[in-house]
Ligand binder design. Structure first.
Ligand SMILES: Nc1ncnc2c1ncn2[C@@H]1O[C@H](COP(=O)(O)OP(=O)(O)O)[C@@H](O)[C@H]1O
Ligand SMILES: [Mg+2]
Length: 323
């Protein structure tokens, strides 16, 4: 399980700290695909970086904890002790945003695989033996082992993404984090990548965290999901429940903006823009865009709390009959 315990982070800038993750508090379970959604700039990538312990200047943790419990040999890993980092690849792996460009275009894939597998995990194998295992794994994923001889520049974006996912899952990690894994790919390729991730999660029975601004991706693959807005988690629950009965007005708008089969009405999207993180409004950060906002919303930050079993939301309106 991953426990994100009242985590707050900020980026240090010359104009002072920019608070990007604000008191985010939730759990991600074993054996599930957890989705993180929200408009661009709301802090999804920052949260994922924190989970992978890429907490490096200018990003700092202001308060809270991050714990990966029951990992390899039943151990708990915390970012404070560096255990998350020590177990990159073999226990936790990360497919970064725009991952297709992280591969060095002019280094053959086999070298990039060998560089990523920690020496300790290559046991007493020769390079050839390790590559044979990698090749067999690629074949298992319906990819050709000949890919190892290829250079990334020779592959399509979709194929590069598949190779990166193969690399990230080769050591059967307990946790796989994927940031916008299908963004910038065409719809047919997207579907293939999502199926690959789902298949891998079923096989590994591990925790997969998928960040996407695309609600359609969450609908297709995630078991539970959280919606972020302006650096805070504002709703969380089972994906089916989020889509069927969204609670927070922002979630309602996100879900309402999705096209549905047979629905010919014009989709307008969500009016307005998220507030600048450098100068956020007091109270609920969604209040300036919320059609139902009251004075209380504009003054007091709503608490993220359990509304029904397993269902969380941060909205003052839940206490009244407005919602
Ligand atoms: N290195 C940085 N320095 C200052 N601010 C940053 C830095 N990186 C990201 N941010 C700010 O953090 C906010 C959240 O970014 P990010 O986590 O990438 O959001 P998302 O992935 O949801 O689009 C953005 O508004 C951005 O301005
Ligand atoms: Mg991002």
């Amino acid at each position: 399980m991953i426990k994100i315990d009242h985590l707050s982070t900020s980026y240090t800038t010359i104009d002072g700290p920019v608070h990007v993750i604000n008191d985010v508090d939730f759990e991600i379970f074993d054996n599930e695909i957890f989705g993180i959604a929200g408009e661009s700039g709301c802090g999804k990538t920052t949260l994922l970086k924190a989970l992978y312990d890429i907490i490096e200047f200018p990003l700092v943790v202001d308060s809270g904890k991050l714990i990966l419990s029951g990992q390899k040999e039943g151990k708990d890993f915390s970012y404070e002790t560096g255990e998350i980092r020590k177990n990159w690849w073999n226990n936790i792996s990360y497919v970064p945003q725009a991952a297709q460009s992280v591969l060095n275009p002019i280094v053959p894939l086999k070298n990039q695989f060998l560089d990523s597998i920690p020496k300790s995990d290559r046991k007493k194998e020769t390079k050839e033996q390790t590559l044979k295992r990698v090749g067999a794994y690629l074949e298992e994923l319906s990819l050709s082992s000949d890919l190892l001889k290829a250079y990334p520049f020779q592959l399509s974006g979709g194929m590069r993404q598949r190779v990166i996912i193969a690399l990230a899952t080769f050591m059967s990690p307990n946790v796989v984090l994927a940031d916008e894994p299908t963004t910038a790919l065409d719809v047919v390729v997207q579907r293939g990548i999502l199926m690959m991730l789902m298949r891998l999660q079923k096989q590994l029975k591990n925790t997969m965290v998928i960040v996407s601004h695309d609600m359609g991706v969450h609908y297709q693959v995630t078991d539970r999901m959280g919606i972020m807005y302006s650096g805070s988690m504002i709703e969380l629950g089972k994906t089916v429940d989020i889509f069927e009965k969204p609670i927070h007005p922002y979630t309602k708008m996100l879900v309402g903006a999705l096209p549905r089969v047979g629905d010919k009405s014009q989709k307008t999207g969500i009016p307005g823009r998220p507030p600048a993180l450098t100068n956020p409004p007091p109270g609920c950060r969604f209040a300036p865009r919320c059609p139902k906002a009251t004075n209380k919303c504009k003054e007091l930050v709503p608490k993220f709390r359990e509304v029904e079993q397993g269902r969380y939301a941060a909205c003052h309106l839940l206490n009244s009959e407005v919602v």
